[in-house]
Every structure is written in structure tokens, then in C-alpha cells.
Design a protein around this ligand. Structure first.
Ligand code: KIV
Length: 277
């Protein structure tokens, strides 16, 4: 049986929550085997898997495609899927319908960007029984349009707005809140002032849990290398090395060798040769 939303909530104050993004079956299987608590099917998949500049072009169809694959790969972790840009803003019924689609595709919960302004939407989704993770601070779907990549809550007013947003999400029934690129002091204040877990990305160690994009963890994405994203290996260099070795083996005739071939029985081959002759 995989982890439930209740399992994740009950970790607050007792054990740090580990979250990593996944977008496909194989990576989800490996991350699950690595023991993370939550697999986040992030709309960052639009950038690292599909090559978009940002997350804005990501569609519901693409998120469903990623979510189904991750759902097939997980065994223990909770699966949370991002609701993409404009899949929940137009109306409450649109939000409920799209949240339901992601659950049908294999997610256990959905994540929405926004604070007090989407609290009613969050409440509507939670009320029909779908768990929601909030996402405030830097919000890739909208902050990029307004001011680009920027650390959030550096001023008293910015901090107060963020604290109000966190409380509004808790009040609306969210089971946790992702805090992206928030100053660590404000992350701590928020973490201490809500009963639900905070999951930080670039928001300091005081959050209840941490999330990173799997391509950053593995050193696979070269276009953007955020300061907060610790790279645990440089897989892209290893992949280039392996593919170059493969290509060189083909050119030089070293691949395939005997061990990679299938053979006929010698007697069968003799019969074949006779017939051809
Ligand atoms: O899409 C994503 O990967 C995310 C994380 C950065 C929290 O939302």
C-alpha cells in the first residue's frame, strides 16, 4: 500500500518529508526505490522533458500523460500532480473537472499555484474529496510573467502577504504548501504558524520537507542551474560519454560482438546453405 495524504501530514514536526519530481515510468520507479515520500508530477516537466522555455504552454493532456506513467512506476510514494496554467483559473467547475481528470490518471492529490485568491477554488476541490497541495512564493506560472525569477518575501510587506496566503490555503483545506524561493526566515515563520507541512524548494532547511526537480538532482538539465538545486551527480556528462563510446564502437566494428548476437544451429545452417546452393 502506498503512502496516503494523512501519512504525509502526520510527519510534520516528526520527520522531514522528501519530495522529488518525476514525469515517466522508469524514473518514477527509481525515485520510489530511492525511498522518497512524494513523487511530484510537476509542470516543470514541460521544461525538462519537452523543452519549453517555461511552464506556461503545458496542457492537461501532457500532465495526464506524465501522471499515468508515474502512477504505473510508483509503489510506496504519494503521487501529487500539478494542475497546469489555466486549468483551474477560469471557473470552479473547470478546476474540479481538471483535478478529477488528474486523479483518474493516477494522482493521489493535485497541486495549484496561488494563495488567498484561489482559496475558494482549493476549498471546492477539497470539498469533493480531492486533496490539494498549495504552492506560494515564486509561482512559475505567473511570477515569470510579472517579474521573472526572483526571491520572494524579502520585505516585511512581501512576507506578510505570503503568511496571509499560507493561512488562507490552510483554512481552505490544503494538506500541505510548497514554498518556492522564499527567504528562509519567512519560511520558518510560515512553517511554525500553520498545522500543515510546508515543502520548500529554495526556501531553506526550516521547511517540513524539501522538493527538487529530478533533472537537477541528477545533473541532467543544463539550461537553468538554480543556486538552491543541489546536484548529486552530473549525469548529462556521463550520458554524452556513454553515447559517444557507443557511436565509436559502431564505427570501429567493436559493437555488436559475439555476445550480442543470436545464432542458428550449425546443422540448420548447413541445410539452409544446401538449399540455397
Ligand atoms: O513543477 C514543479 O516541478 C514544481 C516544483 C518546483 C515545486 O512545482
Amino acid at each position: 500500500m502506498h503512502k496516503s495524504v494523512r501519512d504525509i501530514v502526520s510527519m510534520k514536526g516528526l520527520k522531514k518529508i522528501s519530495v522529488v519530481t518525476s514525469y515517466d515510468f522508469t524514473t518514477a520507479q527509481l525515485c520510489d526505490r530511492g525511498g522518497v515520500d512524494v513523487l511530484l508530477v510537476g509542470d516543470s516537466g514541460g521544461m525538462v522533458m519537452l523543452g519549453y522555455e517555461n511552464t506556461i504552454p503545458v496542457t492537461m493532456e501532457q500532465m495526464c500523460f506524465f501522471t499515468e506513467a508515474v502512477g504505473r512506476g510508483r509503489q510506496n510514494a504519494l503521487v501529487v500532480a500539478d494542475m497546469p496554467f489555466m486549468s483551474y483559473q477560469a471557473s470552479r467547475s473547470q478546476a474540479i473537472e481538471n483535478a478529477g481528470r488528474l486523479i483518474r490518471c493516477g494522482a493521489d492529490a493535485v497541486k495549484l499555484e496561488g494563495g488567498a485568491e484561489i482559496a475558494d477554488t482549493v476549498r471546492s476541490i477539497v470539498e469533493i474529496g480531492i486533496p490539494v497541495m498549495g504552492h506560494i512564493g515564486f509561482q512559475p506560472q505567473t511570477t515569470t510573467l510579472q517579474e521573472g525569477y526572483k526571491v520572494q518575501a524579502k520585505t516585511k510587506d512581501g512576507a506578510l502577504a505570503l503568511i496571509r496566503n499560507a493561512r488562507a490555503l490552510e483554512e481552505a483545506g490544503a494538506f500541505s504548501i510548497a514554498l518556492e524561493m522564499v527567504t528562509r526566515e519567512v519560511s520558518k515563520i510560515i512553517t511554525d504558524s500553520v498545522r500543515i507541512p510546508t515543502i520548500g524548494i529554495g526556501s531553506g532547511p526550516e521547511c517540513d520537507g524539501q522538493v527538487l526537480v529530478i533533472h537537477d538532482v541528477l545533473g541532467l538539465y543544463e539550461k537553468i542551474k538554480p543556486k538552491f538545486a543541489k546536484r548529486y551527480m552530473e549525469l548529462s556528462a556521463e550520458i554524452v560519454k556513454a553515447v559517444a563510446a557507443y557511436r565509436n564502437d559502431i564505427v570501429s566494428g567493436r559493437f555488436p560482438s559475439g555476445e550480442h548476437c543470436f545464432s542458428m544451429e550449425r546443422s540448420e545452417l548447413e541445410r539452409l546453405k544446401k538449399e540455397i546452393a
